[in-house]
Design a protein around this ligand. Structure first.
Ligand SMILES: [Zn+2]
Length: 97
């Protein structure tokens, strides 16, 4: 899981990674009875990202874009939320450890 670092070095990165990981952290607050170890969270993140269309931006505009994407596109946010919740449920009902 070092793709974020590598792509930052190239000057571009996948803004979907930022949105999905912050969404995952936010949604996990509502799940009280599931395992939230690093392994499970990485599994959830990977599973979510495999189901989300990547969106590459240059690193300069990335931070701004991530904020804007949350505010401007509720439809896309709803789809992402659904995808992340499915990943949380799938991993938590069958943890890889
Ligand atoms: Zn775990």
């Amino acid at each position: 899981m070092c793709s974020t670092l590598n792509s930052r070095n190239l000057g571009v990165f996948n803004v979907a990674e930022i949105i999905v990981s912050s969404l995952l952290n936010k949604l996990l607050e509502d799940y009280k009875d599931i395992c939230k170890c690093e392994k499970c969270i990485n599994d959830m993140l990977a599973l979510s990202l495999n189901n989300v269309k990547p969106h590459y931006v240059t690193s300069d505009s990335g931070a701004v874009y991530a904020k804007v994407a949350f505010q401007v596109n509720p439809q896309e946010l709803a789809t992402l939320t659904c995808t992340v919740m499915q990943a949380i449920e799938k991993v938590s009902s069958n943890p890889h450890h």
